[in-house]
Design a protein around this ligand. Structure first.
Ligand SMILES: Cc1cc2nc3c(=O)[nH]c(=O)nc-3n(C[C@H](O)[C@H](O)[C@H](O)COP(=O)(O)OP(=O)(O)OC[C@H]3O[C@@H](n4cnc5c(N)ncnc54)[C@H](O)[C@@H]3O)c2cc1C
Length: 643
């Protein structure tokens, strides 16, 4: 450096130019060298990589904590908790499960627990680039504004995380056991943070040149195609992605959003290469991001094709039946090979080539795999509510096809609902989503709460648990802790019961059989074989259906309830197998306490946002029962049709 200075002094006419001269902008000018070094002393470029490293440490620590929690839950018997632990968990759930109600609740679909985590992450990211001040360098020619570079470092470090959270099959789900659908809120959160940081990154980059050389200086940078130009393109592409993913746009133009999101995400990465050309540090994070994108794609492709298919199944899909049900619902039954297995609570994406080849839509699987199914069939059953796009076309396809084939009008088609079936084929991608493999081995009481078509999330649990009760009642090798199943289902019209009557009847029947087997045991028939079983462990199932329409009278509702019992072959006086059909809406805080088992309970819910808020707040309040020693645990798991 000294040699270069000496050379400059002797041969360089620019050496003595004052810093106010625009030509004094590199090492040929003494004032620039002095000013630059002074500026570096105040805030060195070597500090910048630390911001990216701290960000990575922050999120890897968070993921590691959730990973350890997942490991602990998977390998520890949760049923032997101390009283103190039960109480501490109940106190945490009292806060964690609670949700904001009213207008805010309808707009923000997060629990207080999620809100706490989101707030910690926001505070961390908001403090990191700002707390040490020194936002602009003394002069723009000394280098990019420190605030901009710090934000750029944070963006680079967050990008791999944002992409990892976006995949349907991704490393975070693998480590934490949290499904991609639940992680989606974090994908969006990280993306919004990146966008906010990108805006903050841009502002000093515009202020600094204008401060130094006026608007002309900024214009020169754009004309020369400096980073300001690529940065503007980059910011615009990200802004478009953010706008397209806003609920208002996304809900109205989902297909446009989906294709646009993929195209813009790829363009963003390409523009990023252009933007960071010549950078030393950030390319590492960009390469990491690309590696994650490729890994997501490869993992999804492998997962999607893991079940070997025949050529016909691969090209045309699985044989599928469509059935028209009341309330604009189509029951789709896909006959799958036994190799394809799924768990209650999971969903799959279906494409029906007869309707469209280009769209795949997610639906919760209402049935259970052949291993547990009462009939031994491996049918994926979906209940699909017609909205405006694919679902409407599907409903029309089912009714119109029948009308053209059998010349019945639409009214008759719906009235004749369950007698109508048409055959088609469907491609299936999945299953995806949360897995709770140990509910029957962990929880004594299970309460399923559903609103409208949210019943699809409750039905597989109802079928599975009733089936486990039945099989465990005559097999000493099988154990099922669940002794009480409750279903609370809110529907608008009495006819909607048809959507779920088969699964509900099967479950009622299974529990009745389970109890009969235990009665046989009580009579001493099987006492020697299963000495540990007795009638005290008889199973209970209660289905309460709330009909909100005012056009239904008491008699119709009682008849509907009796019909279900009759179809299930259950005696109406059976106190262990009950069905009630009631008018109005449920009050969860009044209903739930009577359904809670003395040991461990879980509430599984799927329905509209308002129902989810009411229920979550009631379950948060019910944690007092744990504190009062009236029960050991009340857990809650909620789903929504969307992310
Ligand atoms: C995990 C999950 C499980 C679901 N389970 C069921 C179920 O069991 N029964 C049921 O009736 N519905 C279910 N849904 C909702 C169902 O996927 C949408 O109603 C359906 O995709 C709407 O298609 P459409 O073209 O008719 O939508 P439109 O009428 O165009 O839009 C209606 C709504 O559906 C959303 N939507 C549209 N396409 C998709 C898509 N490909 N993926 C996600 N959302 C989309 C839109 O954002 C909009 O909010 C589920 C959704 C999810 C995310």
């Amino acid at each position: 450096m000294e040699q270069r200075f000496a050379l400059n002094v002797s041969t360089n006419p620019l050496w003595k130019l004052p810093i106010t001269d625009p030509r004094c902008n590199n090492a040929s000018c003494f004032d620039f060298v002095y000013g630059y070094l002074d500026d570096q002393l105040r805030y060195s470029n070597y500090n910048f990589p630390l911001y990216a490293q701290w960000t990575v440490i922050f999120y890897t620590t968070t993921v590691t904590l959730f990973f350890l929690l997942h490991l602990y839950r998977s390998f520890n018997d949760q049923s032997h908790r101390t009283r103190l632990r039960e109480r501490v968990i109940a106190c945490w759930r009292m806060v964690n499960y609670r949700r904001a109600s009213g207008w805010i609740g309808s707009k923000i679909d997060v629990s207080y627990g999620q809100l706490i985590l989101l707030s910690i992450a926001t505070i961390f990211v908001a403090i990191l680039p700002f707390f040490q001040g020194y936002f602009l360098r003394d002069l723009f020619r000394y280098g990019s504004p420190p605030l901009s570079v710090r934000c750029a470092m944070l963006i680079s470090a967050l990008l791999p995380m944002c992409l990892a959270l976006a995949g349907k099959v991704n490393i975070i789900s693998l480590l934490t056991g949290i499904s991609y659908a639940k992680l989606n809120i974090w994908h969006r959160f990280v993306a919004y943070i990146i966008f906010a940081l990108a805006v903050v990154h841009t502002i000093p980059h515009c202020i600094a040149p204008v401060k130094e050389g006026g608007w002309a200086e900024l214009a020169i940078l754009y004309r020369k195609g400096e980073r300001e130009l690529s940065g503007t393109v980059l910011l615009t592409s990200f802004a478009l992605m953010v706008v397209a993913s806003m609920p208002w746009v996304r809900n109205r133009f989902y297909e446009f959003f989906k294709i646009g999101h993929i195209v813009l995400a790829i363009l963003f990465v390409v523009f990023l290469f252009w933007h960071i050309k010549g950078e030393q540090i950030t390319p590492d994070y960009l390469y990491g991001s690309i590696a994650i994108m490729i890994a997501n794609f490869v993992a999804r492709t492998i997962y999607r094709n893991r079940v070997p298919l025949s050529l016909k199944e691969f090209v045309h899909g699985f044989p599928t039946e469509l059935e028209v049900l009341p309330g604009n619902v189509t029951r789709v039954v896909i006959h799958c090979p036994q190799r394809l297995q799924w768990q209650p609570g999971q969903h799959c994406f279906i494409t029906i080539p007869g309707i469209t080849m280009m769209q795949a839509h997610p639906f919760t699987i209402a049935s259970i795999s052949w291993k547990h199914s009462r009939h031994g069939r491996n049918d994926v059953v979906l209940l699909i509510r017609a909205l405006k796009g694919f679902t409407k076309n599907l409903a029309e396809h089912a009714t119109n096809h029948k009308m053209s084939n059998q010349s019945v009008d639409r009214f008759t088609a719906i009235a004749e609902a369950q007698k109508l079936r048409i055959s088609t084929r469907a491609w299936l991608d999945g299953p995806y989503g949360d897995v709770h493999p140990t509910i029957d081995r962990q929880y004594h009481g299970v309460i399923c709460v559903a609103g409208g078509s949210g019943i699809t999330a409750s039905l597989p649990w109802l079928s599975y648990l009733a089936c486990r009760m039945r099989t465990s009642s005559h097999s000493p090798l099988e154990s099922c802790k669940t002794r009480s199943i409750n279903l609370i289902w809110c529907i608008r019209s009495l006819h909607w019961i048809h959507w779920a009557e088969r699964e509900i009847c099967d479950a009622l029947h299974d529990v009745m059989i389970a109890n009969q087997q235990l009665d046989g045991l009580d009579n001493g028939k099987t006492e020697e074989r299963m000495p540990e079983r007795s009638s005290s462990s008889k199973g209970k199932i209660k289905v309460i259906i709330f009909v909100t329409s005012r056009n239904v009278d008491e008699t119709q509702m009682s008849v509907a309830g009796l019909d279900l019992l009759l179809a299930a072959g259950v005696d109406a006086d059976d106190t262990h197998v009950q069905v009630e059909v009631i008018g109005g809406r449920p009050s969860y805080s009044a209903l739930l306490p009577d359904m809670i088992d003395k040991k461990r309970n879980i509430v599984l819910a799927c329905g509209p946002q308002g129902q989810k808020i009411d229920l979550a707040n009631s379950v948060a309040q019910l944690q007092r029962m744990v504190l009062r020693n009236e029960t050991k645990e009340i857990a809650l798991h909620t789903e929504t049709f969307g992310w």
